[in-house]
Design a protein around this ligand. Structure first.
Ligand SMILES: C[S@@+](CC[C@H](N)C(=O)[O-])C[C@H]1O[C@@H](n2cnc3c(N)ncnc32)[C@H](O)[C@@H]1O
Length: 296
C-alpha cells in the first residue's frame, strides 16, 4: 500500500465513507504525495493539454486578451502547470498561480485558466444520493454502490474560486478554457463523466492508485455560468475554441498558422471541437450589471 493510500484509508477508518471530493482532493493535491506534486504533463507524463501546443496556443490566448483589453499589463495564468504560456507574454506581464496560492490583487488584469476547472474536486450524486468512497478488501470502493445512471457531478469549489477571482481584480476579464457540456448535452453523461488518465490511457478506474493517476470530470458549464453570475461577473461570451479562433479573423489565423502548422491544426480541429471558451468581465461603474450575454 502506498503512503497516500494508507493516509486515505486511515481517514476512512476514522470518519467512515468519505465524499468523493475529499478522495479526489487528497489524490490530486495532498501537499506532499498528491498527483499534481509530480510531473504529469507531456509525452513522458499522462496527458497533453493545449498549453503544450506552443508557441501557437500562447499566441492565440494573447490575441484574445489583446482584443478584450488592448495593451494589458497583467496576465494571470491560474492553474498554470508548467507555465508554458509565459514565453508568449512580455517581461513583467505574465504571472502564474498554482493550487494553494492566492490570486494576486491587481487593478486591471486578464485572468486566464486552461483545464483548471476540470481538475477541481467533484462530489458524485446518483439522483439525490451522494456516492462516497469506502475501503474494503484492500481496495477503495464506491459506497453504497458505484455510479450507474442519473449520475451528476457537483463541483462546489468553483463558486469559491470565481468569488476569489472576482475580488482579486478591480477591472478586467477572466478567460476560461476547458472541456464540458451544457444542459442539453448532459444526457451524454448519464453515468457521469469521471475519468482517470495514466500514461495517455483513459479509464474509469478513478479509485485505483490515488496519487499516481490523473482524475478529471467534464465541466458543467451551466453551473459555472450560474456561479460566475452569482459572484458578480458578467458573462461576455461562451463558444467553442474553434469558433473563438475563427472569430479572430483571417490575418490573426494566418499569423498563428505561420508559427507552427501542426500545432495550429491540432488546436483548431482537435482541441477546437471539444473545448469551449468562456469569457467573464468585471468593470467599474454604475452601468455594469447587465444581463448575461449568453443564452441559457
Ligand atoms: C490539468 S492541469 C492544467 C495545467 C495548465 N493550465 C495547462 O494547460 O497545461 C490543472 C492545473 O490546475 C492546478 N490547480 C488545481 N486547482 C487549483 C486552484 N484552486 N488554484 C490554482 N491552481 C489549481 C493544478 O495544480 C494543475 O497544475
Amino acid at each position: 500500500m502506498s503512503e497516500l493510500e494508507r493516509k486515505i484509508a486511515e481517514r476512512i477508518l476514522r470518519e467512515g465513507p468519505i465524499p468523493f471530493s475529499v478522495f479526489m482532493e487528497m489524490a490530486l493535491y495532498d501537499e506532499r504525495l498528491g498527483y499534481y506534486r509530480g510531473e504529469p504533463f507531456g509525452k513522458d507524463g499522462d496527458f497533453f493539454t493545449a498549453s503544450q501546443l506552443q508557441p501557437v496556443f500562447g499566441a492565440y490566448v494573447r490575441a484574445v486578451a489583446e482584443k478584450l483589453m488592448p495593451g494589458f499589463a497583467c496576465f494571470v495564468d491560474i492553474g498554470a502547470g508548467r507555465c508554458e504560456l509565459s514565453t508568449s507574454f512580455g517581461d513583467g506581464v505574465y504571472r502564474s498561480v498554482e493550487e494553494g496560492q492566492q490570486i494576486p490583487k491587481s487593478q486591471n488584469a486578464i485572468l486566464f485558466s486552461n483545464e483548471l476547472i476540470d481538475a477541481m474536486p467533484v462530489d458524485v450524486y446518483e439522483g439525490d444520493v451522494m456516492l462516497k468512497v469506502e475501503r474494503r478488501e484492500e481496495r477503495f470502493v464506491w459506497w453504497p454502490h458505484g455510479p450507474v445512471e442519473d449520475v451528476r457531478e457537483v463541483r462546489n469549489a468553483v463558486s469559491k474560486h470565481l468569488h476569489e477571482a472576482y475580488e482579486a481584480i478591480e477591472e478586467g476579464f477572466y478567460i476560461l478554457i476547458d472541456y464540458g457540456y451544457r444542459k442539453l448535452e448532459r444526457a451524454r453523461f448519464a453515468s457521469g463523466s469521471l475519468m482517470s488518465y495514466r500514461k495517455h490511457v483513459a479509464s474509469d478506474e478513478v479509485l485505483a492508485e490515488p496519487g499516481k493517476r490523473d482524475i478529471t470530470a467534464h465541466v458543467d458549464w451551466d453551473a459555472v455560468i450560474d456561479a460566475a453570475t452569482e459572484a458578480g461577473w458578467r458573462v461576455e461570451s461562451f463558444e467553442s475554441l474553434r469558433a473563438s479562433m475563427l472569430g479572430l479573423g483571417p490575418d490573426v489565423l494566418e499569423g498563428l498558422n505561420s508559427l507552427g502548422e501542426m500545432q495550429f491544426r491540432t488546436l483548431l480541429f482537435s482541441f477546437g471541437e471539444s473545448f469551449d471558451v468562456l469569457i467573464l468581465s468585471k468593470k467599474k461603474g454604475p452601468d455594469f450589471s447587465g444581463p448575461s450575454l449568453v443564452n441559457k
